[in-house]
Design a binder for this molecule. Sequence first.
Ligand code: FE2
Length: 411
Amino acid sequence: MLFQNLILENASETVDIRVIDGKFENIAPKLEPQPSEEVIDCGGKMALPPFVESHVHLDTCLTAGRPRWNLSGTLFEGIQCWEEYKPFLTKDEVKERVNKAIRLQASNGIQYVRTHVDINDPKLTALEAILELREEVKDYIDIQIVAFPQYGILSYPKGKELLEQALKMGADAAGAIPHFEFTREYSVESLNICFELAQKYGKLIDIHCDEIDDEASRGLETVATRAYEMQMGDMVTASHTTAMHSYNNAYVIRLMRILKMSEMNFVANPCVNMHLGGRVDTYPKRRSMTRVKELTAEGINVSFGSDDIFDPWNPLGNSNMRDQVFMGLYTGHMLGYEEIINSYKFVTTNAARTLHLGDAYGIKEDNDANFIVLDATNWYDALNYNAPVLANYRRGKLIASTAPVEKKILF
Ligand code: FE2
């Protein structure tokens, strides 16, 4: 199969892509069609490797307003609403919602997802459901599961045992939530447990770290130090780190050294960080997104995630990664030309690095032929005009498409 006339990322010239047996066989300008080869003219549109959702909670998706709405809009009322929803969880109910969300993601060009799944549940219902689903949909989307202790490892009954059980059942990564533990001592100890269990079972780590406007929330320095000392850096991710927004600059300068040494990853969730952050401020109200511009300038890997899709923490959300990039650039003061034109990397290559996908990710010969085609000729326009993903190809097969929008202006 030959795909003609595509612009790869920020290239200035078009190329053709030949796909054989689901793999990229050849990528070069003006490839000659072979006899009886199927040819698709992509019309000079932009191609990217598929979008990567590096932080989302699929177990809570599509539950906003059930059994009630989060009226204060705070993180903590969100947790309370989720607690009230939990008695309604069944395996079928979770699978039905998550199946819908996955298809929404596919329509927006996503093929790789890291989902956190709440494991502070003695029955581990949601985890079981999403483990099953991971297998059922693997031909269309790769799902990576983080065992996420919503209430803590030490501040929830048998939290440590549940985390270990979730890893044994097949979760890909260990989670923790140091800022939500009862004490600072529990906070540090919960991180030690998380790292020890991840190492014991050979798993990745993704921590909900300092998702609070409290500038005294200092889980990050412990995460970075453990990542460095245990030489697990590129397997470790600190999600949110919104307290870093509020740290004093003198502390951040000292902290940045160990962050760089650790080689760990960061995920910001721009829309939800803006929505949940600054809630106890009067004026001025903090933006509460971590220091994406400064981390990036130091060569530290940062990706963007949605966090929530229409759930107690976000009453909006459509799994369109462009929205996260758009909000992230505005929130982070990153609207310089180079920052805009390269910003797709927050939801492609950077996010792939967060998920530890390695060389298997990307449009290059011998890789699986996974790619998307946007209704734009460059990322600047795709971002600005919210270009739809015209086609989402998985191993060379079309798995989702959107017709181009035709606007009529009548004057
Ligand atoms: Fe989260």
